[in-house]
Design a protein around this ligand. Structure first.
Ligand code: FES
Ligand code: FES
Length: 158
């Protein structure tokens, strides 16, 4: 038997409601709303492709029950920056830090978190912070370059 309930949360700055199955994970609920940036890949909390921010903390939405998002603030890669790319997105494009792009939303959200915590991260900081995000295309050298460039861009803008 499937049990359903209604949850209310803030999604990319907008208040929303959703009828969910109590067994459903957050990535399923987001995908059903047309937000496809967070993707279920490993479904085991290992790859970071489903990363979203809940109350400012990165979570693996494949393992996060949607019911837990009731009352929370959820942010996804689709959150608009007034129609502009931010420093992290610009840097990933300029460095060619992706091939298929499947992993990219998770890397970008985690890079934003990293740079919020460490404005001038060392390479060890970058590797440590992004260790939960896997790129099957192995674009890691370009990703590290992009994170360093994004840090520089943020500092130049501040
Ligand atoms: S799909 Fe969630 S961590 Fe891999
Ligand atoms: S760019 Fe293809 S998985 Fe990372």
């Amino acid at each position: 038997m499937t049990t359903t309930r209604t949850i209310h949360f803030t999604l990319n700055g907008e208040p929303v409601s959703a009828q969910i199955g109590t067994h459903q994970n957050l990535v399923e609920v987001l995908q059903a709303r047309g937000l496809t940036g967070a993707r279920e890949s490993c479904a085991q909390g290992l790859c970071g492709c489903c990363t979203v921010l809940v109350n400012g903390m990165a979570v693996s939405a494949c393992l996060y029950l949607a019911a837990f998002a009731d009352g929370a603030e959820v942010r996804t890669i689709e959150q608009s920056n007034n129609g502009e790319l931010d420093a992290v997105q610009e840097a990933f494009i300029e460095c060619g830090a992706f091939q298929c792009g499947y992993c990219t939303p998770g890397f970008i959200l985690m890079t934003r978190q990293l740079l919020d915590a460490h404005s001038d991260p060392s390479e060890d900081d970058i590797r440590h912070y992004l260790s939960g995000n896997l790129c099957r295309c192995a674009a890691y050298p370009e990703i590290i370059k992009a994170v360093k460039l994004a840090a520089q861009k943020r500092q130049d803008k501040s």
